[in-house]
Design a protein around this ligand. Sequence first.
Ligand SMILES: Nc1ncnc2c1ncn2[C@@H]1O[C@H](COP(=O)(O)OP(=O)(O)O)[C@@H](O)[C@H]1O
Ligand SMILES: [Mg+2]
Length: 324
Amino acid sequence: MTIAIHESALIRHFNTRKETLRAWEEKVGCRFSPFRGFKMPDSRLYVEHPEFLDSIVDLVLTNERHIFIRGPVGSGKSTLMLLALRDLPTLADRRGNKFITGYVGMTGLYEKQMAAAIADSLRIKYRRSWESSQIIETVAQECLKRYVEEKSRTALFIEDVADNQEAAFHKLRYLADLPTEEMVDAYEGALDEPIITLIMSGTAEYWNAMLNFLPQIADRTEPLDVPPLDDAKALEFIGRRIAYARGEIDKFDPDNFDIHPFTQEAVIILNQAAHGNPRDIRMLARGCQQVAAENFKRFGDPVVSPEIAQLVADAYVTILKEVR
Ligand SMILES: Nc1ncnc2c1ncn2[C@@H]1O[C@H](COP(=O)(O)OP(=O)(O)O)[C@@H](O)[C@H]1O
Ligand SMILES: [Mg+2]
């Protein structure tokens, strides 16, 4: 007996859709969708906000305050953190101190999970059986040793910091307050600045919550708002992604780049709908690609016109409201 396997309707539609998108990509010279999501950020796709980056660098160098990178979901907090995480270990501050970095990307952590995540991220050994305070004390001692013996400050990146359990904050606060008075006494004035700099991220709501519930950390932390993309930067965002998908990103010139098959007006419409949020621009641009690909199949023109952009922006209005 044989069982006939028929191509299901879903598979057929799926494949047709893929072919339609593929044909459009080929037409515009792309090897894959320019609006694909990437797990790890590629600095070549990053549209810079020079003043914003300057203010972060300033704060890190002066080492007087911790940092809270503030912005809505999709504004680019994680991207910035991951890029900074990669660059900091290659730099030194004005005293010649180097940086050792740790990154806690998980959230919803309890006290002990937070302590363990911090130790892991800084490659500090501890025993599973230890209490969280024991783990944190070991982290503190190791960071002190790194500071004194290796002239290395610790920069600890904590993503969406307020999404963790309240008790976890006490561990962070202890680290944020280092060196302790005993340490300062023991080193007779050699420790006159924080040895651990916290670089946290979160939304404005969470920052406000932190002001209320954790004034001890908030008072010593500088909130920095991730700027939204203006129209020029939104154009660059699209331009970089298209160049990347064409395999031409290494030749990208921010003063002279191609956004074809997008029209300038279309990008401006998308940026308005997205309020300059890069995640939303990417989502809308992907929607435009789909409509433009259908058009290309039927009429042979791959362009993303202002009409297409408006259509997609209107269709996404409710979705964007919900996810924000
Ligand atoms: N300055 C930027 N230039 C280019 N792409 C960006 C920029 N900021 C964010 N993105 C993109 O936007 C999306 C959301 O960014 P993400 O860092 O995850 O935001 P958040 O952590 O604030 O929620 C990612 O796809 C990221 O690559
Ligand atoms: Mg994030």
